[in-house]
Design a protein around this ligand. Structure first.
Ligand code: BG6
Length: 504
């Protein structure tokens, strides 16, 4: 890459910078994917000298380096600098502007600057506004871009407010909204699987597909993030963003080209085709749960309400499941099911395409669609693809049994899976916004989840189901799939001898 740049990380003393951002930039550096001239400026409220910041980041890299090359850590550290700044102090941004000019001279950089906001979301409006007031949004001497992390707003109103605030001083093309799921190799592979294989696309529609299921389960609880999670809950934390993006890539039409807007236009069309869940339909189309204390493999695990930072009578959901439709020609009448939750038996994210049964059932064993063909696109872990299809059981008669044909990413020997941040940071530097959420997508996704959020907040008749930590969520979630013989796919089974076995 030719273009020199400065990467400014706001919130540089925080966890994300240490664990993900600096290691991702280092990984790009050791692969020679960065230009000769670049610098990183850490910014946060805490006072550090450049040296103290450098030595903290070197320690972080020793711990979180994602490559097997640590030889270049000290030369990489020479690019690291630091400035303390009070986020709401206009003068501080003028100082920042001066510091950037000094660094540009020092590292021979031509004015390109990235501002990465790894800060609490309350600052997403303020920082870009103050940057602009100090003239740091002007692109006369090089590009200026802002990256923000989710959550993009707390609800539809605040998302619209944030949008207006940002667009007052910045062009849409300068704004990069990170949804780290879009940076995952296997999420991108949804596009390649669909649009580079002649066999799938003709079947990818309501004529052949019975329903689509997206699961993202986590075995961890809220892990010290109780304060954040209390205001969020599973629907805001995972569905409004990550899982709806996964649905969009699964359901979208082929884009005309691979250019950012061509892909993002198709994603937006999917969001615009989501059938709104009416207020009165929420109780049948959505289900929420909260984990309660339990014993997992002999260990006592606290319930959500016992977690630090969580109210004793909290009604925040740690499990959410939805049934909905995409009203367009491709998907008319095909139900989509999404579920996500914390403290479930295992960490797994997958998309399952359930195909329709044959028009007529010739063989025994093919009684309902639980034995139909399924295509499992495993996003994590054990990344890969699994196809299930019927085979004859050897012997007399025509007994059918489901068998698996699978591909594992790990079979691609010597291929390191870059982290989502590595990919997204690289794209942001190149100016490729394909894998970042555009304003309208974010707004449409909020519009879709708002009726559910409102009903869960205001309607006391809608139950919050408790589920023991370590189980697959409330049993009632099975009732969302109201087809006879159908349930969610449970990819992991508990084996008495060696713990848990997860198919793929
Ligand atoms: C984050 C959520 O966006 O995604 C977390 O805030 C969640 O609550 C995480 O644990 C899941 O990401 P991944 O990459 O581990 O599936």
């Amino acid at each position: 890459m030719e273009e020199s740049f400065i990467y400014v990380i706001f919130g540089a003393s925080g966890d994300l910078a240490k664990r993900k951002l600096i290691p991702a930039i280092y990984a790009l550096y050791v692969q020679n994917l960065l230009p000769d001239n670049f610098a990183i400026l850490g910014v946060s409220r805490t006072k550090y000298s450049d040296d103290a910041f450098r030595s903290n980041m070197v320690k972080a890299l020793e711990q979180f380096n994602e490559t097997n090359n640590s030889d270049k850590i000290s030369e990489f550290a020479e690019r690291l600098h630091y400035s303390a700044l009070q986020y709401d102090d206009a003068k501080a941004y003028e100082m920042l502007s001066k510091r950037l000019s000094v660094l540009e001279k020092q590292h021979d950089i031509q004015g390109n600057t990235m501002f990465y906001l790894s800060t609490p979301p309350e600052l997403y409006g303020v920082i870009p506004q103050k940057l602009a007031a100090a003239g740091l949004n002007k692109q006369d001497k090089g590009w200026k871009r802002v990256i923000i992390e989710k959550p993009f707003g707390y609800d539809l109103d605040s998302a619209l407010e944030l949008k207006d605030m940002l667009l007052e001083d910045w062009e849409e093309e300068q704004l990069y909204r990170i949804d780290h799921y879009l940076g995952k190799e296997t999420v991108q592979n949804l596009l390649v699987t669909r649009f580079s294989n002649g066999i799938f696309e003709p079947l990818w529609n309501s004529r052949h597909i019975h329903h689509v299921e997206v699961t993202s389960s986590e075995s961890l609880g809220v892990e010290g993030r109780g304060g954040y999670y209390e205001r969020s809950g599973a629907l805001r934390d995972m569905v409004q963003n990550h899982l709806l993006q996964v649905v969009a890539l699964t359901a979208m039409e082929p884009p005309a080209t691979l250019r950012p807007d061509a892909i993002r236009n198709e994603i937006l069309k999917v969001f615009q085709s989501l059938r709104p869940i009416g207020k009165e339909d929420v109780k049948d189309a959505a289900l929420r749960g909260q984990y309660v204390a339990s014993t997992i493999k002999g260990l006592e695990v606290p319930g959500y309400r016992e977690e630090e930072g969580v109210q004793k009578d909290s009604t925040t959901e740690t499990f959410a499941a939805l049934k909905f439709y995409i009203d367009n020609w491709r998907w008319g009448g095909v139900p989509f099911y999404i579920r996500t939750g914390k403290r479930l038996p295992t960490r797994v994210t997958e998309v399952v395409i359930h195909f329709k049964p044959t028009p007529h059932s010739l063989f025994s064993g093919q009684v309902d669609c639980s034995t139909c063909n399924q295509l499992v696109l495993r996003i994590q872990p054990d990344e890969g693809i699994l196809m299930k299809f019927g085979m004859k059981i050897p012997g007399a008669g025509f007994e059918v049994q489901n068998v698996n044909m699978d591909f594992h990413y790990s079979d691609l020997a010597n291929q390191r899976m870059p982290s989502a941040y590595e990919r997204l940071i690289f794209d942001s530097i190149k100016g490729d916004s394909t894998l970042f959420a555009r304003t309208e997508e974010v707004i449409e996704a909020w519009k879709f989840v708002m009726p559910v959020l409102d009903a869960w907040k205001n309607d006391p008749e809608i139950p919050l189901h408790g589920y023991p930590a370590g189980t697959w969520g409330p049993e009632k979630a099975d009732d969302l799939i109201d087809d006879p013989g159908m349930t969610w796919r449970y990819p992991c089974k508990n084996l008495a001898s060696d713990g848990t076995y997860c198919e793929l």
